[in-house]
Structures are given as structure tokens and as C-alpha cells.
Design a protein around this ligand. Structure first.
Ligand code: SF4
Ligand code: SF4
Length: 341
């Protein structure tokens, strides 16, 4: 869409907006779980949604690539393979932060370009993404990775500017929601735009954490034998949680399960982790990364690199928050850069 369309949604109209989203599809939104954790869950009421969250534990990629799923069943006698029937349920992903939208944009390039993953493309096609501005905490560094503001990859994006939201329209599906609910939205005036800029500047100035990205790949390259990898490799438990919570990680494992009749079976895809011991294991028994320090070095080199012309880390902080060994992503990278000893 060439024209940038700005609307204003008063906060008193949020319940009606939520109802409009429910008319569009089944709504998934951040819900508080336990003391500190949030999760994207199916919601019926705005009362259960926690809009002032920082991050969910599992990123919204779970709605596009399931943690585990059958990608086809096969029948040797019939010489057939059958793809599972994909649901046609329309979904709304409400309250997605810009780092997660950037991560989904990167995943879309992997799963949709060159070889199209039909499961991913069908799910994205029937999903409306509504973004929401956020305030960084002590683990966020998306300003450094250039992912603190999303310019595409959403239908609507809500920016909190106090008593109202500035709503940016990102696609024709978003425009349709605005068109079907004209009573909810006002055109943005000069004062709204001024307030939007003030709120954005405040947000951008509220980051406590940063990572110097310039030359990071080269710094990682020349640090191949740095003792930092042994130091953190000794602490790492090899649990793979950092990969599971990363919105940018996309490695998966594929296994065939053959029924006892040796004729029928299924092929299953599930999320996989480069931090697990067998990730580098190949036929013949050779393991390219048998030690924890080699696996952690591999992961940080992957995250510090550019993929599809974008940083392979969106600065969400999840891997630091959820590492049971308290391995802090920024601390490791700063040691690699020589900023910390
Ligand atoms: S979450 Fe922490 S302990 Fe677990 S594999 Fe990742 S770095 Fe190692
Ligand atoms: S590497 Fe860590 S901080 Fe970067 S996107 Fe993944 S989980 Fe977030």
C-alpha cells in the first residue's frame, strides 16, 4: 500500500475494537501465566488480555510452524502420500510487538521464498496480525538490531499515546477492518501526529540495553578460539530452551514413523535445537559439534550474523530471560567484542 494511513482509536473504544477483531477470526492475544510469564492464547474477552506485557515466553511463530506436527502420512501399497487437511479457521494475532513482527517477516522469507512451505503460507494467509507498541525492560535491545519499529508484516499496528492509540494500516486486510468499523476510528490530526512522535521518542529513549552491531560478524570470526566459549560452554546445560523461545530460530527435525504393518506411516516435523548434543551428528557417527563450547559458539555466530539481509537476532531478550544457567546474550556478545572482561 503506497499511502501510509493513520487513524486514531480512543481507548474507550478498545472493547468494541476487540469485538470487531472477534468478528474477523479467532483471537490469540497475550495472557498472563504465573508470576512473570505471558503466552499467546485463544481469548474470548478483552478482560483476559494483558496488553502491558513485555514478552511472551514462546513467540508467535508457534501459530505458523507448530512445535510438532505431521506434515504428511504415506501408504506404500497405494504409492500415496496424503497431506493433512489444513484448518480454514481465520485467526487474529492481537498485541504483537515489533520485534516479533520482524521475526515473522524473516521467517516468512525462509518459508515462503524459493520453496513455499504450504502450511506456513496458508496459516499466514488466514491470519490478521495486529501489532502493539511496547516499553522495553532490562533485557530488550531491539533498538540495536533495528527491529524496534515495524514498517510491514502487520495488518494494523496500535501505538499507545496515552488516552488513545495511533493506528497504522499495513495491508488491505487492515484497511478492510477500518472500513467495516468506521464508527471506531477518527482520522489522525496534527495534534495526534505530534503526540505520536513524542511517545515514540520517549519509547526510543527508554532503552537501558544496547548491542553494537557494527562489525559484529567480524568480531565473532576473529574470536573463534576466544576463552569466552569455554567459559559459557561450561555453564550451559544443553537444554535447548534458548532456541525454543527464540522468535528467529527456525531449525526443525524431520522423522518418519512407520506403522507395524511396514506399509503406512507418517512424517513428523518438530522444532529442533542447535544446542542439543546430537544436532551436529551425521550418518557414520561423526559429530561436528560434540562439546557444549562448540555449540554455544555456533549459536552465537548464527545469531550475530545477517540472514536474508536482516540481523538474525531481533533483540527480544527471551534467550537471556529463560536460560536456566543465567547465560546472558548481551554479556556474551560484549565479551566477544572486548567490551567486558
Ligand atoms: S538455554 Fe542456556 S543452558 Fe539451555 S542450552 Fe541455551 S544457553 Fe545452554
Ligand atoms: S537470540 Fe535471543 S535476543 Fe535474539 S531474537 Fe533470539 S531469543 Fe531474542
Amino acid at each position: 500500500m503506497a499511502e501510509l494511513l493513520l487513524k486514531v482509536l480512543g481507548k474507550e473504544k478498545l472493547p468494541s475494537f476487540f469485538d470487531a477483531l472477534k468478528d474477523t477470526g479467532t483471537v490469540f492475544a497475550p495472557v498472563k501465566q504465573g508470576e512473570k510469564t505471558h503466552s499467546f492464547q485463544k481469548v474470548d474477552s478483552l478482560d483476559t488480555v494483558e496488553l502491558e506485557y513485555t514478552r511472551t515466553m514462546i513467540p508467535p511463530k508457534k501459530l505458523f510452524i507448530a512445535p510438532e506436527e505431521t506434515i504428511f502420512t504415506f501408504d506404500k501399497e497405494k504409492e500415496a502420500y496424503i497431506e493433512p487437511e489444513e484448518s480454514s479457521e481465520r485467526l487474529v494475532l492481537f498485541g504483537v510487538h515489533s520485534c516479533d513482527i520482524h521475526a515473522l517477516n524473516l521467517l516468512a522469507r525462509v518459508f515462503l521464498e524459493e520453496f513455499t512451505d504450504t502450511l506456513y503460507s496458508e496459516r499466514r494467509e488466514r491470519t490478521v496480525i495486529v501489532g502493539l507498541s511496547c516499553i522495553p525492560d532490562d533485557f530488550c535491545f531491539c533498538k540495536s538490531t533495528g527491529t524496534s519499529f515495524a514498517s510491514d508484516g502487520f495488518e494494523l499496528f496500535l501505538h499507545d499515546i496515552g488516552d488513545r492509540y495511533i493506528v497504522r494500516v499495513g495491508s488491505s486486510k487492515g484497511y478492510q477492518i477500518i472500513n467495516e468499523n468506521p464508527e471506531l476510528f477518527l482520522d489522525a490530526g496534527d495534534e495526534d501526529i505530534k503526540q505520536f512522535k513524542v511517545a515514540e521518542n520517549e519509547r526510543m529513549n527508554s532503552f537501558n540495553q544496547s548491542l553494537e552491531m557494527t562489525g559484529l560478524q567480524d568480531m565473532l570470526d576473529i574470536s573463534y578460539t576466544d576463552p569466552v566459549w569455554k567459559e559459557y560452554g561450561d555453564r550451559c546445560l544443553g537444554c535447548g530452551s534458548c532456541n525454543m523461545v527464540c522468535p528467529r530460530c527456525r531449525c526443525y527435525d524431520v522423522q518418519d514413523y512407520i506403522d507395524l504393518n511396514l506399509t503406512t506411516g507418517e512424517r513428523v516435523r518438530r522444532w529442533y535445537s542447535c544446542m542439543l548434543q546430537d544436532h551436529g551428528l551425521v550418518a557414520g557417527g561423526h559429530n561436528f559439534r560434540p562439546s557444549a563450547y562448540e555449540r554455544i559458539r555456533n549459536r552465537f555466530n548464527c545469531k550475530g550474523s545477517m540472514r536474508e539481509n536482516m540481523p538474525n537476532c531481533v533483540g527480544c531478550g527471551r534467550c537471556s530471560v529463560y536460560c536456566p544457567a543465567d547465560i546472558d546474550f548481551l554479556e556474551v556478545m560484549k565479551k566477544v567484542r572486548g567490551e567486558l572482561q
